[in-house]
Design a protein around this ligand. Sequence first.
Ligand SMILES: C[S@@+](CC[C@H](N)C(=O)[O-])C[C@H]1O[C@@H](n2cnc3c(N)ncnc32)[C@H](O)[C@@H]1O
Length: 272
Amino acid sequence: MIKMQQNTNEFETRLKHYQQQFEHLYETIQQGERALDDLEQLIDEYSGYILDDQPTQQYEHWRTSTSEQQLLIKPLADITARCVKLMESTRARRLIHGQLGSTGYFDNIEHCISEEFGQFEITPEDTVLLVGSGAYPMTLVQIAQETGARVIGIDIDEEAVRYGRQVIDILAPDAQIEIHQKTVAELEAIREVTHVIFSSTVEMKYDILAELYDLTDHDIVVSMRYGDGLKSIFNYPKQETHPQYWTCVDDITRSDQIFDIALYQKRSEGRA
Ligand SMILES: C[S@@+](CC[C@H](N)C(=O)[O-])C[C@H]1O[C@@H](n2cnc3c(N)ncnc32)[C@H](O)[C@@H]1O
């Protein structure tokens, strides 16, 4: 019993330490990029940590023994989302200036794309929309190259859109990829979209999913990247959807990947 309590205390101390480290590096990098390698290393370590068995078990015990988990989980998800965004911008700047590197985090993200839609394969006739395409939109490049589909990214951030377009021009100049600073409601091609992917670190992803219901075709399939349990310290979690509209048709949980994927389709008896 005492051992279990010790483990729980150690776990909470570790999470608080991660939070302080991320906040410190985020502030430091605003003053200059020198600390970026430290941030990349920390993100790699953190990615490994959330996939490790021991902290996953500690999390389960901690969850049942505290009522204040959200006081730590949500701030960690928020600061790490900001750090990943910062790392993507820097990676984009480095590519644009001819100095490309790779980190474990990006390798992990980039290996996930082929399994994104499970049985709902993307064909060259399809149109894929990525919500939260980011400054370094590898998902767009890989889908365009692997499937030949038309690919559209949207992002709320002006810099992410500008860098994203420059990265595409370098990595996939001939692919059918567009990036816009628009909402789903503003996108002219929204009715043509057949597949949607939500980046895991888009906080409003379930609100946007609800909005998509009336805007899109009936057969659309949505891949919602998310992280529950210990993964929710690095991802926004899965939420319930309105029972009349979207239904979860598959849940792809991956013990070796930093986020999981829930696939949604429209309920046939819904409003569309
Ligand atoms: C860092 S990137 C992609 C990260 C990672 N590949 C993933 O799957 O989460 C996430 C992007 O989402 C964008 N974003 C956040 N909220 C958004 C929203 N409501 N609509 C569109 N883009 C959003 C951010 O500006 C950021 O560029």
